[in-house]
Write a new protein. Structure first.
Length: 95
């Protein structure tokens, strides 16, 4: 799998069904039948991945929305994106 960094462009997979449940987002991979869930901030990130976005730009957007240090935001976002990619919920857009 390709490595994700601040210069990587990503978009969410189109093979995922998602629905809000209480404060979380519950998702299902249509092909595997596996379920996943995201907390409210993870759900916000998921919504921002409807169109391809460069990770650095995503972090900049989140920094304007949430009171978080840039380094913490970048680390947290990269960790989430790596997890989403490992579960095939995310697509890395090739240049």
């Amino acid at each position: 799998m390709n490595s994700i960094n601040l210069n990587t462009t990503v978009v969410r997979s189109t093979d995922i069904l998602a629905s809000a449940v209480d404060d979380a987002l519950v998702m299902m991979d249509i092909d595997s039948g596996h379920y996943f869930s995201l907390d409210p901030i993870g759900a916000d990130i998921w919504e921002r991945l409807t169109e391809p976005v460069r990770v650095a730009d995503l972090c900049a957007q989140l920094g304007q929305t949430y009171d978080v240090a840039p380094e913490v935001c970048q680390d947290d976002v990269l960790n989430l994106l790596h997890d989403l990619a490992a579960d095939r919920l995310l697509v890395i857009v090739q240049p």
